[in-house]
Write a protein that binds this ligand. Structure first.
Ligand SMILES: Nc1nc2c(c(=O)[nH]1)N[C@H]1C(S)=C(S)[C@@H](COP(=O)(O)OP(=O)(O)OC[C@H]3O[C@@H](n4cnc5c(=O)[nH]c(N)nc54)[C@H](O)[C@@H]3O)O[C@H]1N2
Ligand SMILES: Nc1nc2c(c(=O)[nH]1)N[C@H]1C(S)=C(S)[C@@H](COP(=O)(O)OP(=O)(O)OC[C@H]3O[C@@H](n4cnc5c(=O)[nH]c(N)nc54)[C@H](O)[C@@H]3O)O[C@H]1N2
Ligand code: SF4
Ligand SMILES: [Mo]
Length: 893
């Protein structure tokens, strides 16, 4: 029997609808054609969701200090441990660190417990690392955290300015919608990308401005001044709907200076700068879309306001096809902002003001209410380190990987009296520090709502039976709250109960005074909650039940904002240089971010071979000329050092798109997947003064080759716990179809490889072994009943057999020749496929280049017809285009 469930993707803030289809034991996942975010499209990560559903690596039983226990004990122990800490040290000694991977209902209950019952606001979300600068910027300008743009505005704009966002990789389906709109408009729609790197997003750009990191405020201050100087302002709008224009303009003029000064400060060609200013000035329908290149900066909030200033000055807000658009990262980053699970918000877009505190406490009928804002993420972990916070409850986030100064987070947690972790995996970098581990349900099992970047609330629905001991986060929090003695506030039977209560709160004494009001849902029946269709909240939602975006009132359409005067604020912003700069010891700027096929700390996307085939090892991207100057070879292992406690060791990857003097490393790799590749260990915890968001994109570092004296790799049918004392300075773990691949390198040569292998990998007489002392080679293999179980290859000079050739041997009995081949190192045929470009059909770079060259391919369409690459999710199209362009040109030349 076939059973289908409509739900949403657990990854990015685009919030795509997916359909999970179950036929017997087989589950497939496809795009939901009826969902207004994606209309059936999925990216490479969404398309691979069905491959991530296994229970491998799941946390399936509560644990207290390493011992498995039952829920009753775990809940009682947690509740009484929290109460003990409150009694001994006071309520401020407790902190919750929550996440945009939680559902709205989970988020709401956690926030309620902390702010209304424990009575402090020491609850912050990993959205602090993600959206906080946008929230702060919105509030300063609009008096509310309102995102005034819809996805359809991107399609209706004539100019889209993409600032600090690699949407081709990070919001791929929205990027596809934008690309399609551009094709349809016959290129009338212009696209400008502002990013120090030339990313895949630049593939559809008419203009790319590779500015220096942190120079965005100068660029947009210069734009504001340019708009004034060339008479492109909307004076009526400025007069009727805004305040503070004169001083914002004055500061912009003073600080940006002339075109040559701005071009120099941003390090871009003058002509390109003028072209951007002219495009912006003459185009009415402009959307400025921005993300972490703006937010994750010590001047993130000012960057946001410098962008908003330009939209206010031209009156380009609140109308079709225009506006500033902060795009959200996590599946429910927006939901977290709505419920208010950030330390400086109260709940449901209500702020820390006496009137609102009274509203919330009264609505909750709670014993207390947090008196003031609590500690933001970075400060919260500092307070743990200082011993001011004694108990921390971490839910759905992995701070030892994702917070700056990540090794200090380790020390802080190691010294913390009580660490509670609710997660769905048994092994991530944070889990070992937990005294209490609470197994949570994961995507496919859990049930509730999420809100995407365009304020659209969708249901996430369960389509799997959850393992018995995995529980929904809202249930875990409510049970603990009840056992802490807060019986009446947490007696929820279902997520629908919570959603109704939360929707009700948004409407209390609102009457249009606040932007967020979904109180129409406060009486929703359980049945309607089950069948809830995607709903975009809008002004006066109370009056508008229709889900049709095109007929909904728009935020700011009447030029009214949520400030006391009703007028939007211009914020005068002065450019501030990033907190630290390069020096002779740290000559490069390290920029960090995401890659196409991995999600954050890899706990889900790291499970599937397909998603690790695109980029399978931790790396740093460097301009080839910089590499040459620093004597770095392509694919060589290199060390990065920022002067904090630890270095990282990753592979050097050359890219012409990298700005000179800059490096880029992905944020994803962690201690489950590599020896030393957590970039967070390099990043100083500098934060934005308004938002508290860390500066993840600007760390001065030194770079030098890793002095490897040997290289090797191991392929094994089973996932291995690598020996800690084996002198393997670098390793990376890569899941493959039917086996695991481990890449190794070390800087200390063991005296004897055979002894080394027998000590660390239990190689004994049952293994086949070969040592070539003269050439520094060692090989061994374990074959059981003709089937290859494990093989290990070591070499001093880096000459090693092809991994792809060997991979074939795991799936069938070995011939005698192949067994011998394992020892001579001449086994399997290399297909030369290392980097998979099209994850859906497994098509690699080498095949693509060969096809382009041998078959005279000159377009992606032609290439796709031959290889199928790019015909499913389309996430690889920017790279395919790049390869076609590069290799066609070479042929002509
Ligand atoms: N594949 C994938 N997609 C994801 C995620 C993921 O882990 N993997 N995570 C999701 C989440 S939570 C988030 S927050 C989003 C993030 O989405 P994005 O913000 O698009 O991703 P990042 O790679 O962090 O950074 C974006 C770009 O900012 C540029 N940048 C750095 N410094 C500056 C600067 O000073 N000015 C300007 N203008 N640009 C700069 C970087 O070079 C980078 O290309 O992605 C979401 N989508
Ligand atoms: N260097 C650098 N660092 C960064 C960034 C950067 O650009 N550069 N970006 C920052 C940003 S924008 C973000 S959003 C963060 C993300 O960083 P994290 O939040 O640390 O990353 P995730 O891997 O998403 O962690 C989610 C954890 O929650 C678990 N989980 C998933 N679903 C559930 C659930 O339903 N319930 C529970 N209880 N657990 C669940 C997963 O197993 C995983 O362990 O990283 C930040 N850190
Ligand atoms: S764009 Fe990709 S990752 Fe983002 S929600 Fe859609 S399918 Fe998921
Ligand atoms: Mo994020």
């Amino acid at each position: 029997m076939t059973h289908t469930t409509q739900t949403t993707c657990p990854y990015c803030g685009v919030g795509c609808g997916v359909v999970a289809t179950r036929e017997g034991d087989k589950i497939t996942v496809s795009g939901d054609k009826t969902h207004p975010s994606n209309y059936g499209r999925l990216c490479s990560k969404g398309a691979a969701l069905a491959e991530t559903l296994s229970l491998d690596g799941r946390l399936l039983q509560p644990e207290i200090r390493g011992q498995q226990t039952d829920w009753e004990t775990a809940l009682n122990t947690t509740a009484s441990a929290l109460n003990d800490i409150i009694e001994k040290y006071g309520r401020s000694a407790i902190g919750f660190y929550v996440s945009g991977q939680l559902l709205t209902e989970d988020y709401y209950v956690a926030n309620k417990l902390m702010k209304g019952y424990i009575g402090t606001a020491n609850i912050d979300s990993n959205s602090r690392l993600c959206m906080a600068s946008s929230v702060a910027g919105h509030k300063r300008a609009f008096g509310s955290d309102t995102v005034p743009v819809d996805y359809s505005d991107l399609e209706q704009a004539d100019l889209v300015v993409i600032v600090g966002s690699n949407m081709a990789w990070c919001h791929p389906v929205l990027f596809q919608r934008l690309s399609a709109a551009r094709q349809q408009h016959n290129d009338k729609l212009k696209i400008v990308v502002i990013d120090p790197r030339r990313t895949a997003t630049c593939d559809i750009a008419d203009l790319h401005l590779p500015i220096k990191t942190g120079s965005d405020v100068i660029l947009f201050n210069g734009l504001l001044h340019h708009l004034r100087a060339h008479d492109h302002l909307d004076y009526r709008f400025i007069e009727q709907s805004t305040q503070g224009f004169a001083s914002a303009l004055q500061i912009a003029k003073e600080t940006a200076g002339s075109i040559p000064t701005i071009a120099q400060a941003c390090d871009i060609p003058e002509n390109d700068l003028i072209e951007f200013y002219r495009l912006f000035a003459r185009t009415e329908k402009v959307v400025t879309l921005y993300s972490q290149g703006v937010n994750q900066s010590s001047s993130g909030t000012d960057k946001v306001n410098s962008i908003i200033n330009c939209h206010l000055a031209t009156g380009r807000i609140g109308r079709v096809g225009m506006g500033p658009f902060s795009i959200t990262g996590q599946p429910n980053a927006m939901g977290g902002r709505e419920v208010g699970a950030l330390a400086n918000q109260l709940a449901a877009h209500l702020e820390f003001e006496p009137e609102y505190q009274a509203i919330v406490q009264n609505y909750w009928q709670s014993p207390t209410i947090a008196p003031q804002a609590g500690l933001k993420a970075v400060d919260m972990f500092e307070a743990i380190q200082q011993g001011d916070i004694k108990a921390i409850w971490i839910m759905a986030t992995n701070p030892i990987v994702s917070l700056p100064d990540a090794n200090k987070i380790k020390t802080a947690l190691a010294n913390c009296e009580l660490v509670i972790v609710s997660d769905c995996v048994r092994n991530n970098d944070t889990v070992p520090y937990a005294h209490i581990l609470l197994p949570a349900q994961t995507w496919g099992e859990k049930d509730g709502t999420v809100t995407n970047s365009e304020r659209r609330i969708s249901r996430q629905r369960a389509f799997l039976t959850a393992p018995v001991e995995a529980k929904p986060d809202w249930w875990i929090i409510s049970q603990i709250a009840q056992r802490m003695g807060y019986r009446h506030g947490f007696n929820y039977q279902s997520p629908a109960d919570i959603f109704r209560e939360y929707a009700g709160l948004s409407g209390v004494e609102n009457n249009g005074r606040r932007d967020f009001d979904i109180s129409i849902f406060s009486q929703l029946t359980d049945e309607t909650y089950q069948t809830f269709t995607p709903y975009q909240w809008a002004p006066r939602s109370t009056l508008q039940l229709a889900s049709d975006t095109h007929h909904r009132p728009r935020f700011f359409a009447e030029g009214r904002f949520y400030t006391p005067s009703g007028k939007a604020n211009f914020i005068p912003v002065r450019p501030i240089a990033p907190k630290s700069d390069t020096s002779t010891s740290y000559p490069f700027i390290l920029n960090t971010g995401r890659i196409r096929d991995q999600w954050h700390t890899m706990t889900r996307t790291g499970k599937t071979p397909r998603l690790l085939s695109h980029l399978s090892e931790p790396f740093v991207e460097i301009h080839p000329d910089d590499a040459q100057a620093f004597n770095i070879k392509e694919n060589e292992l290199v060390c990065l050092d920022s002067g904090l406690q630890q270095q990282i060791i990753v592979r050097a990857k050359f890219s012409e798109g990298q700005k000179r003097g800059y490096l880029f490393a992905p944020m994803h790799w962690n201690e489950q997947f590599s020896a030393q590749a957590r970039v967070g260990t390099l990043i100083a915890p500098h934060t934005d003064p308004y938002s508290g968001q860390p500066e993840f994109k600007h760390t001065p570092v030194a770079l030098y080759p890793y002095s490897a004296t040997w290289h090797g790799f191991l392929l094994s049918k089973n996932s291995l716990e690598l020996p800690k004392n084996a002198g393997i300075g670098y390793w990376a773990k890569i899941p493959q179809q039917g086996f695991w691949q481990y890449e190794f390198a070390g800087d200390e040569l063991p005296l004897n490889w055979a002894t080394w292998a027998s000590t660390h990998f239990h190689v004994d007489a049952t293994w086949l072994e070969f040592t070539d002392i003269a050439h520094g080679r060692y090989r061994c293999a374990q074959v059981q009943q003709d089937l290859l179980d494990t093989c290990l290859f070591i070499s001093r000079d880096g000459q090693l057999p092809s991994r792809t050739g060997l991979s074939d041997l795991f799936n069938r009995p070995l011939t005698l020749q192949e067994r011998l081949g394992l020892l001579t190192g001449q086994v399997g045929k290399s297909t030369g496929e290392r980097d998979t470009v099209c994850a859906c059909f497994g098509v690699g770079r080498a095949t693509i280049i060969k096809t382009i060259q041998e078959q005279g391919v000159n377009s992606v369409t032609q290439l796709s017809e031959i290889l199928k690459a790019g015909t499913n999710c389309g996430s690889c199209i920017p790279e395919l285009k790049q390869l076609v362009a590069q290799h066609v040109i070479k042929q002509v030349a």
